[in-house]
Write a protein that binds this ligand. Structure first.
Ligand code: SF4
Length: 429
């Protein structure tokens, strides 16, 4: 039995992973662990991995090597998506003591107590089909803005994606549980909640992946969730982290347009502006639907910020198809893109699609779209120049500066003033 007392964390990947690390950390602190920085010496190191990150195994290996040099007696625990997908590969990394799959990451303390440093690496994992529980999680970095996980898993079958294999079926918290979390976040001083999930718009399926109605006797969906959250006192702002275009119905757009608390900001994955490529990706919409969603948002909220995820270099993306994506994005009234370069993932259908786009060309396309994104953001910001908008300033003092976001997600940086921390200030842009 291990008598570890201190723990340090490192997170790779998305906001959902960060919120889960944050919850695992609070859970361990409640069990008597003291939290250390990852650069400090600790009894236990937890690395929360991601399967989307390129070279996840390389990154993991480097981190474990660093720990071994610094603290050879410490326990090393690897969890997260990559740990669920490739537990054997991770257990083979010299220095790893414990690999926790998706179902076990919140039982971390019990597993650590049962470990000894010199045992062979232990794998605690099960088939992803058996992972059905839902653990609500939230991150509190600086109290101002928190990421609240309300949904996990995905039932879609996009041909490039391993997330359903790493995180399992779509399932969510009940609306009552989310409201309770939001109230306790408000009581702890949080001003903004960012709703996060893997496929957030699919909110409403219960912990076993069935409709929540089967469990709670109520029919729940994302639209009902945001309506009820809007009533929570104390939270000044909500944001929707990302929502699939086919699940972003008019009622959600119209609700956000009329809400004082839901911010005029959407992040909507597009992935490609070519219907042929969207089909090969097994996405559930065509570009016309996407353009329609953007049009409806901008008609109701001309000031709304819209972010776009896009993948370049997907197999079969010829110059002509890439040009379609470029032209589509160019004429679309959106504010910025997150550009991902396609990279092969084991056990995905996309591996069988030809022709493969050479890596240098993928990188070149990434650069082209990033430049376009930069111009879009500049244009969006210029459109608001001279306007007064509300900025929520965060608690950090970064070398004498502080940062905050307007309602429509324009980042403001200004010399630090203590009295503005965690406050909403009218700001002339
Ligand atoms: S919607 Fe598609 S890309 Fe997103 S998690 Fe589900 S399968 Fe992956």
């Amino acid at each position: 039995m291990h008598s570890a007392k201190t723990v340090a964390f490192h997170t790779l990947g998305c906001k959902l992973n960060y919120s889960e690390t944050s919850s695992i950390s609070r859970l361990m602190e409640r069990e008597g662990f003291e939290k250390k920085e990852f650069t400090d010496v600790a009894d236990v190191y937890v690395i929360n991995t991601c399967s989307v990150t390129d070279n996840a195994d390389k990154e993991c290996r480097q981190l474990v090597r660093r720990i071994q040099r610094k603290a050879p007696e410490s326990l090393v625990v690897i969890t997260g998506c990559y740990a669920q997908l490739k537990p054997g590969e991770i257990a083979d990394i010299p220095g790893v003591d414990l690999v926790l799959g998706a179902a076990e990451k919140f039982n971390i303390v019990r597993h650590i107590r049962e470990l000894s440093k010199n045992d062979a690496a232990k794998i605690c994992s099960c088939d992803i089909e058996e992972v059905t529980g839902f653990h609500s999680s939230y991150s509190i970095n600086d109290r101002t803005r928190t990421f609240l996980k309300v949904q996990d898993g995905c039932d879609y079958t996009c041909s490039f994606c391993t997330i359903p294999m790493a995180r399992g079926k779509s399932r969510s918290a009940s609306i009552d549980a989310v409201i309770e979390d939001a109230r306790s976040l408000a009581a702890s001083g949080a001003k903004e909640i960012v709703l996060t999930g893997i496929n957030l718009g699919d909110f409403g399926k219960g912990p076993d992946g069935n409709a929540a109605a089967a469990i709670t006797g109520r029919s729940e969906n994302f639209y009902k969730l945001i309506q009820e959250l809007d009533q929570v006192e104390g939270i000044e702002r909500f944001r929707i982290s990302s929502i699939e275009p086919n699940l972003l119905g008019n009622e959600i757009i119209e609700f956000v347009a009329n809400s004082k608390r839901f911010m005029p900001h959407f992040h909507i994955p597009l992935q490609s502006g070519s219907n042929t490529i969207l089909g090969a990706m097994r996405r559930r919409y065509k570009r016309e639907l996407y353009a329609d969603r953007v049009g409806h948002i901008k008609t109701l909220m001309p000031h709304c910020c819209i972010g776009v995820d896009v993948i370049v270099g997907f197999p079969g993306e010829t110059d002509a198809y890439f040009q379609e994506t470029y032209d589509f994005l160019h004429q679309l009234d959106v504010s910025y893109f997150h550009v991902f370069t396609y990279s092969e993932r084991a056990n995905t259908h996309a591996l069988s699609i030809q022709p493969v786009v050479p890596v240098p060309l993928r990188n070149e396309r990434n650069k082209i779209l990033r430049n376009l994104s930069y111009m879009k953001m500049q244009y969006f910001e210029q459109q608001h120049s001279g306007q007064t908008r509300k900025v929520l300033f965060e608690n950090h003092n970064k070398n004498g500066m502080m940062e905050g976001y307007t309602d429509n997600y324009i980042r403001i940086s200004t010399p630090h003033r203590t009295e503005w921390e965690n406050q909403v200030i009218d700001w002339k842009l």
